[in-house]
Design a protein around this ligand. Structure first.
Ligand code: B12
Ligand code: SF4
Ligand code: SF4
Length: 381
């Protein structure tokens, strides 16, 4: 005989799949303690770089519970965002474009998933009675989402740290609905990478320096999206043509062969910026408000204009293409010193008479110390 909690849990799971979620499971908050500890240990080693919000994880969770009341269960949801098509660059400008990580090809998943949560919460309310409370959590709330996904039976965390699901491989967005309902929790599914280490050898920057752990300070996704300042000179060449995020470790993972095309139109390239950005077009964007207008509704807003142009300068500098020089010369006039600094580096990488002339002219007028330093280094001084 099924308990009331089991019946309710089953109907919630059925409703989640009906709403379009690809995986669903249930966990108790207490089962996430080891995940929180793993984050605290990782932060204590400084591996989070400048992502301050991870330092305050426990405090933020306590505040969250204070506001919400007792969370009895988390409904963990997965969305397959694999959009089928391989990352390609516009054929006409092979080197003057930057690659975008697949998670950001379509619409920003935060908004899309929150909308779906709202509809699902409405459906659950019909089954759950008047005292039902729920809160949508997508990425930014203090939930250790990968740990929650493991506990919910979605798969195991691979050496690249991503969750590997037997049906969808590494391409699942994770989210949760926190609730005051006491539901029946699921059990983790065992799994392991075995002797495989493809992701570790494929990582261009050596960010996957320990099994199942990364050093975010070296990760291209961190450097191009989360990190706001200058990018370490040593790491710049390894970024190659990644302008926003990186998928190298996910693409080489044997679990990727299990990927199925997403049913969510919102995440297909046609719904957003797609797999590549035309760098020349980027340099036409003159203000933050123009940038926000152009990329409205996409995850590209996470990096501001100056960070995206900083990334573009690196992509051009790494391109080895003399056609990139005029764009970098123009970027030396950018109002943001961060952009001028990375443009100077790019010109130093490409070299040639026009690049050096532009750098000399910059030395004569520049006042920012970091830009001056970069220009001198680019000129080999
Ligand atoms: C900070 C962050 C980043 C950072 C750091 C990534 C990292 N590996 O820590 C940066 C900016 C580099 C990043 C990059 C990316 N991210 Co991110 N990121 C996050 C965020 C906000 C927090 C992650 C975190 O706490 N990291 C700290 C480390 C210690 O935790 P962790 O890697 O999550 O590892 C946990 C598990 O391994 C778990 N665990 C599992 N089993 C076991 C067993 C035991 C015994 C123990 C102790 C622990 C354990 O413990 C850890 C702590 O909970 C989450 C959202 C969230 N709220 O969780 C998204 C999230 C992890 N990111 C996501 C994505 C999609 C990406 C990118 C693919 C985007 C891209 N292509 O550019 C890359 C992937 C790079 C990679 N190889 O991880 C997804 C991952 C989905 C999935 N299927 O795994 C998440 C869950 C966002 C979401 N809502 O979907 N990200
Ligand atoms: S996302 Fe790229 S840089 Fe980051 S760990 Fe994976 S392969 Fe390395
Ligand atoms: S590439 Fe290999 S080692 Fe890395 S996560 Fe996938 S299965 Fe594990």
């Amino acid at each position: 005989m099924q308990t009331q909690a089991e019946i309710l849990s089953q109907s919630i799971k059925a409703a989640a799949l009906q709403a379009g979620f690809d995986t669903v499971g249930i966990v108790r908050p207490a089962s996430l303690e080891a995940g929180e500890e793993a984050i605290a240990a990782w932060v204590a080693e400084g591996r989070h770089g400048s992502m301050k919000y991870l330092e305050e994880f426990r405090l933020r969770r306590a505040r969250f519970e204070q506001e919400f009341g007792e969370i009895k269960s988390l409904i963990v949801l997965g969305v397959n965002y694999y959009s089928g098509e391989r990352a390609t660059r516009p054929a006409s400008r092979v080197t003057l474009s930057g690659r975008i990580a697949r998670y950001a090809w379509g619409r920003d998943y935060h908004g899309v998933i929150r909308e779906k949560h709202a509809a699902l919460i409405g459906t659950i309310r019909q089954h759950a009675g008047p005292d039902f409370k729920a809160k949508s959590c997508v990425d930014t709330q203090p939930v250790p989402e990968r740990y929650a996904a493991v506990q919910a039976g979605f798969g195991f965390a691979g050496k690249h740290t991503g969750i590997l699901n037997p049906r969808f491989g590494p391409w699942l967005f994770l989210s949760e609905i926190a609730t005051n309902l006491a539901l029946t929790d699921d059990a983790p599914e065992p799994g392991t990478c075995g002797t495989c280490n493809h992701c570790q050898t494929a990582c261009p920057t050596g960010a996957l320096d320990q099994d199942y752990r990364m050093d975010a300070r070296r990760c291209i996704a961190y450097l191009t999206i989360e990190h706001k300042g200058a990018i370490d000179r040593e790491l710049r060449p390894y970024i190659k043509d990644w302008i926003f995020g990186c998928d190298e470790c996910l693409v080489v993972c044997p679990f990727t062969s299990k990927s199925q095309e997403s049913r969510w139109k919102e995440f297909l390239p046609a719904a957003g910026a797609g797999p590549a950005l035309d760098v020349a077009e980027l340099f036409e964007i003159r203000s933050n408000s123009e940038y926000e207008k152009k990329f409205c509704g996409t995850a590209l807003l996470r990096a501001g204009r100056k960070q995206m142009l900083r990334n573009a300068c690196l992509v051009l500098g790494n391109s080895g293409d003399p056609a990139a020089v005029p764009y970098l010369v123009r970027a030396l006039q950018d109002p943001a010193p961060l952009v001028r600094q990375h443009a100077a580096w790019g010109l130093g990488q490409l070299g040639g008479e026009p690049a050096f002339r532009a750098l000399e002219a910059l030395l004569a007028r520049e006042t920012d110390i970091d830009v001056l330093q970069e220009a001198r280094l680019a000129l080999g001084r």
